[in-house]
Design a protein around this ligand. Structure first.
Ligand code: HEC
Ligand code: HEC
Ligand code: HEC
Length: 104
């Protein structure tokens, strides 16, 4: 089961729905929790981590209906980036990188 291993500081605004409804999978941020004996934090939750993906989200975008399929692989030998770019265009994905997006 999930345990409290992730925690963003109070001065950071984070919103799950803004990600999962826009095709960012749980696995991009939490890793293969289904394969972990004990849930551990796989990503640093640093500002650079957030911003790196906001700048180049393509490889993390997929059909929003598939965000909980942790072992998802793109069809037809496509890379995650090729597949993701298609969905990013279709959903008009354009993450914000201004300070007030995450600090309010
Ligand atoms: C864009 C990155 C991102 C995505 C995608 C994402 N999460 Fe999270 N998740 C986080 C962050 C960051 C936190 C910590 C939030 C906080 O402390 O305010 C968190 C916290 C959680 C928690 C609270 C428990 C804990 O470990 O603290 C659960 C449960 C969770 N996520 C499940 C999911 C599931 C299930 C999905 C897919 C449907 C998902 N998340 C998708 C980043 C993400
Ligand atoms: C793996 C990629 C990824 C990571 C990591 C990530 N984000 Fe995002 N984020 C996105 C995408 C994609 C969107 C949706 C953009 C859109 O709807 O056009 C988004 C949207 C948001 C939004 C809604 C406003 C907006 O730009 O549309 C907030 C707030 C946000 N992210 C905060 C965070 C914070 C804080 C973190 C780090 C704790 C984080 N994100 C990490 C990809 C990511
Ligand atoms: C996509 C989300 C996001 C954006 C955009 C963002 N930040 Fe952050 N910021 C974070 C997160 C997450 C942390 C917490 C990092 C941690 O705890 O290590 C943070 C931490 C900080 C801190 C505390 C630094 C520290 O070392 O404790 C400052 C100051 C800050 N941000 C300023 C800014 C400024 C100025 C901008 C605009 C140029 C900005 N941030 C844009 C997510 C973001």
């Amino acid at each position: 089961m999930w345990v409290k291993v992730h925690d963003t500081p109070d001065f950071v605004f984070f919103n799950h729905a803004a990600h999962v409804t826009r095709g960012v999978s749980c696995v991009s941020c939490h890793g293969r929790v289904d394969k972990m004996e004990v849930v551990e934090q796989v990503e640093p939750l640093s500002m650079a981590w957030c911003i790196d993906c906001h700048r180049n989200p393509e490889e993390h975008i997929r059909d929003p209906a598939l965000v909980t399929e942790l072992d998802f692989k793109p069809p037809d030998g496509q890379t995650f980036e090729e597949y993701g770019r298609h969905w990013a265009e279709k959903l008009d994905i354009n993450p914000n990188i201004s300070c007030s997006t995450c600090h309010r």
